[in-house]
Design a protein around this ligand. Sequence first.
Ligand code: NAX
Length: 327
Amino acid sequence: MAPVNVTVTGAAGQIGYALLFRIASGHLLGPDTQVNLRLLEIPQAVKAAEGTAMELDDCAFPLLSGIEITDDAKKAFDGVNVALLVGARPRAKGMERGDLLEANGGIFKPQGEAINAGAADDVRVLVVGNPANTNALIAQAHAPDVPRERFTAMTRLDHNRAISQLAAKLSVPVTEIKKLTIWGNHSATQYPDLFNAEVGGRNAAEAVNDEAWLADTFIPTVAKRGAAIIEARGASSAASAANAALNHIHDWVNGTPEGDWTSMAIPSDGSYGVPEGLISSFPVVCKDGKYEIVQGLEINEFSRARIDASVAELAEERDAVKGLGLI
Ligand code: NAX
């Protein structure tokens, strides 16, 4: 089997550093798949990416068949099978939202065009760089020849954080938690849903039986975990974000476990009242390399209000990038 071409943007950044060694050791696609890494960086960071590549060489990973480093998106995405779009423009102090979206448009528009021009037929794209859902929308808009559903954004870190918080609350191993869902945007408005989740086969909201904890502790802790990590570590989540990116692609390609699902931000087909086309997080089951939204879940009033608020924020972001001519 030919090696799989995996492109990582922002390869010299902190998530990149936490991600590349695990991709090369088989945690992205499994222990039988050779990978060919393409590292895309801005010109000033190419040297640092070269340093990381030297370290990758020094690991002599049996599954790593090659590494290329470039600052040219066309080269980086030529023949790409898995694209991990990590590099993004962070919000600088005093930056307006419009400026942030515009700066990211300058990154994700040409990357979408390069994916459109050169990607392999089976390309799968995961956007990690924030604002992830809307950056994915921008890239997608500039890749009209790629099936829309191949553009996704990451809410798996939020999903994993929610599992961990719930397991700690109930003093159970994380493996007892199933069917957790993150709905909406990867932002402070995201909604981690326990009403459809299970703990040891039992409904999670019933097992918790504490609506105040749910509303005032659980949801804000999950939603604001990124800020808490920055506060404690002095730097934003890196290894956990890289781990979530691996989980997202691994499950998309290899399937979700029987009797469980995961959370992915994907283009809405209108399910659960989320306007078609918005890249919003849903419960999904993956099988045969494809994902499908889990249908028929009951959405109570508590959940509805929170899903609607997060989706409204996504619609606002979409309208803002539309207004800027980015999509
Ligand atoms: P770093 O600032 O450490 O690294 C970003 C790297 O991207 C830099 O090396 C920079 O040179 C590169 N870059 C910038 N523009 C580029 C371009 N046009 N092409 C290629 N590379 C480019 O950030 P890091 O901590 O690695 O975080 C990366 C992104 O992930 C940020 O946008 C961050 O907000 C986002 N996150 C998303 C998460 C999620 O759950 N979706 C969680 C973690 C993280 O906060």
